[in-house]
Design a protein around this ligand. Structure first.
Ligand SMILES: Nc1ncnc2c1ncn2[C@@H]1O[C@H](COP(=O)(O)OP(=O)(O)OP(=O)(O)O)[C@@H](O)[C@H]1O
Length: 306
């Protein structure tokens, strides 16, 4: 069943077309990611789904109900924004209770659900603690569970892993994964690792448009089936002489050099000696399968971080 369908959605700010004829279809139980660099239009898309921004054109259908210009799908979904919105002098339990009241939930249900969510996100022992006394990662986790207190079917998370410490990142990933199948997730991210590990499908977005949409594996197989040999340097590097080969491509980005081609194992000694003679010894190097970052580079000629 389709949980969310977006048809030909567009939004401009002045002459800047921020979202340009965007269409996606998210099936029930999926973890669907919008992956793109800063400014691609991901947050603007989410803001139109949640009704924070009015669309210029298009149609949004949530669980079969259509929302066009002038209306919003807000009551059907849970939204976790990038900016944390907590009340500093309320405990974790009190914040959840307050949110539950806004959704007109029964007090007993709020209590049970709060305890359950606090446990799932690793905050059970902090339930009587004020938000201002929590670490940044804990505040982000609390902010996440507040967005799902009303048990929505569709959960929209804007950059859910941004600013998280490693422990919080693991807890958030496990939380999302544990709900997939029964709930539908729409995530935004510019982190290809997050998109790759979490998503059932990814739409790669740039300049307001969807470039491609498929499973991470299918995208890699279709666009970058080659291997990547990556060298990392402590300082940014600049290529001084042209370096070409018929069997691989070279892409430089700040402190890294990526050599992309088929069956690179045999060519490693030759490539390594070229790299060392031009740039000195790298800090590390690795030979790996391609990533969604490589797919983005192949499609746009730019890195996700640029
Ligand atoms: N209210 C607004 N008024 C004018 N321009 C805006 C507004 N909101 C967003 N923009 C512009 O639209 C573009 C896309 O912004 P958006 O926040 O949707 O990108 P994003 O993909 O979510 O990137 P990020 O990861 O940085 O949040 C940016 O150039 C931004 O400056």
């Amino acid at each position: 069943m389709t949980a969310l369908e977006i048809q030909s959605l567009s939004k401009s700010f002045g002459s800047n077309k921020t979202v340009d004829n965007l269409s996606i279809c998210v099936e029930h139980g999926e973890i669907f990611s919008l992956l793109g660099p800063n400014g691609a239009g991901k947050t603007t898309t989410i803001n139109m789904i949640t009704g924070v921004l009015e669309m210029d054109e298009g149609n949004i259908i949530v669980n079969g109900i259509s929302y066009q210009k002038g209306s919003s799908a807000m009551s059907k979904i849970g939204v976790c924004t990038q900016d944390i919105q907590l009340w500093p002098f309320m405990t974790c339990e009190e914040q959840l209770h307050f949110m539950g009241n806004l959704y007109k939930m029964d007090n007993k249900v709020i209590k049970e659900r709060s305890l359950h969510l606090l446990e799932r996100i690793g905050l059970a022992d902090k339930r009587k603690v004020w938000a201002k006394k929590l670490s940044g990662g804990m505040q982000r986790r609390l902010h996440l569970i507040m967005s799902v207190i009303h048990d929505p079917d569709l959960i929209i998370l804007d950059e859910p892993e941004a600013g998280l410490d490693p422990q919080s990142r693991i807890l958030v990933r496990e939380f999302i994964k544990s709900l997939s199948g029964s709930k539908t997730f729409l995530l935004t991210t510019h982190n290809m690792d997050e998109a790759e590990r979490l998503s059932s499908r990814v739409a790669i977005m740039d300049k307001g448009r969807i470039l491609v949409c498929d499973t991470p594996v299918a995208l890699r197989e279709k666009f970058t089936p080659e291997e990547t040999l990556e060298f990392l340097y402590p300082e940014p590097i600049v290529m001084t002489q042209q370096w070409e080969s018929s069997s691989y491509r070279v892409h430089m980005d700040g402190k890294s050099i990526r050599v992309i081609g088929y069956q690179l194992t045999l060519a490693v000694p030759d490539i390594l000696s070229k790299v060392v003679s031009q740039f000195g010894h790298p800090m590390t190097f690795s030979l790996r399968q391609s990533t969604l970052e490589d797919v983005f580079i192949k499609l746009t000629g730019r890195s996700l971080r640029q």
